[in-house]
Design a protein around this ligand. Sequence first.
Ligand code: SAM
Length: 351
Amino acid sequence: MEVGSRKSEVGSSTSEAPDTLDEVDQELDSLDQGLLPTSDFRLPTDRHEPVLYEEVLDGLNPQSGGRYVDGTAGRGGHAEGILRRGDPDGQLLALDADPTAVAAVRVRLAPFGARTAVVQANFSSLEEVVRAHGWDEVDGVLLDLGLSSPQLATPERGFSFMAEGPLDMRFDPTGGTTASDLVNSLTEEDLARLFYEYGEEPRARRLARAIVEARRRGRIDSTTELARLAERTLGRRGGIHPATRAFQALRIAVNEELDVLAATLPRVVGLLRPGGRVAIIAFHSLEDRIVKRFLQREMTGCVCPGKQPVCTCTHQPTLRAVSKGAIKAGTNEVRRNRRARSARLRVAERL
Ligand SMILES: C[S@@+](CC[C@H](N)C(=O)[O-])C[C@H]1O[C@@H](n2cnc3c(N)ncnc32)[C@H](O)[C@@H]1O
């Protein structure tokens, strides 16, 4: 599919869902990396190919008898892998904020019977969910961040700027603030900050001003209304759709993704038993920076300011690196699954 036809699709009121998986993957990719949709293969929309599958399983190294948590079960690809590698009696507690994902994962993991439980919960409450399950410590935790291909492919979820749908973007659509709430209520200043900080949109102010002006004529409630407004305001420059960064920013804000991640990482470490492992896949630099800095700090003894001559912080390292830096997908995986292109996996072990 060419950019020209994509442009008219976005600009028209009859635009459709990105109903091929490559389109879905490419929009995920463009959301994460600013790439251009270019092809048109037909695949089922509810497929989600787990990213860095072997690398995650090698990193977590699930064992029979071990207890594992998947905080972002999605479609259950990694979850199933953890259970298979942990044969015959490794156990897995799987969480997802999205009730649709939870329903799909329950079906997928049903053959593993009592070895697994699937809970609808935000991973911000991972500690409580793990304890409610009767576990004090675990042997591994996986966080595969962001959204899944099926979520992007479902127009009613409002994640896609290519598909007509409500401006929603909640991972858990049963409560909380929607993207439409933010777009229609934030001040121009706050909208500009949101697009700049979470979307790294260089023309954040211009877009915020246009939104506030458009609001005087009526609410902006649909994905394509916002996409068209971004296109009219920012024009098409280079490869990515002009709404790309705004959509990423809204999704991060709606789900409080960065704050939730930063608050959850120490709780994960608190749950790991010595030798237990955490594996985290990030898809954009904002979340990868949080993961990287957290892991670096936890692998370090003294965290006193650089100029201080004597250590006074008493900080003790809690983790050691399993992966050296970030693990990235190889060319074969990226060729097969473009979504893997922007993935960064980091793995660490509890001391
Ligand atoms: C990239 S997908 C995970 C795919 C999964 N690893 C698989 O193999 O199918 C990310 C999933 O995490 C969920 N998610 C994102 N943030 C979450 C959070 N804070 N709490 C719980 N689930 C979250 C999303 O709803 C989505 O289903």
